[in-house]
Write a protein that binds this ligand. Sequence first.
Ligand SMILES: [Zn+2]
Length: 149
Amino acid sequence: MSKIEYVQSTHGKTHVCYEGFRYYCHRKNDDDAEYWKCVKKSRCVGLTIKPDGTIKKRADHDHLPNEAHKEVLIIRQNLRRKVVELSLPIDAIVDQTYAGLQDSTVCQDVVIQLPSIATRRNNLQKERRKTRPPLPKNITELVIQFELT
Ligand SMILES: [Zn+2]
């Protein structure tokens, strides 16, 4: 039997992956069971996860599962974490991640679905700025920063 995996969506929401399908939490029932809905189609089936961990599937999906998408989210999640935690240049972190992807058994689908390096770099840069002040671009900025602190 396959197991439930939790991933972070691109918008920072928690999604559940199960048997190659991805779900978002739709509501919590009175008995604490969670009802999760398929992210792909609004009218698609959902899952019920009981507090004891039992999974109940309502019906079958009318589309194919997509394991690659889950892998992509996990890779992005790890990349984001590294950018925030390490002080290496972002380019170095992206390169390392790419090198790692080529060595590992990640299927080509995953690599294709990763957004282009350029957009990812910008996003990562933003992510890093949230946690630390940007490096001053020139001496004037440096002086202003110095005076402010
Ligand atoms: Zn579905």
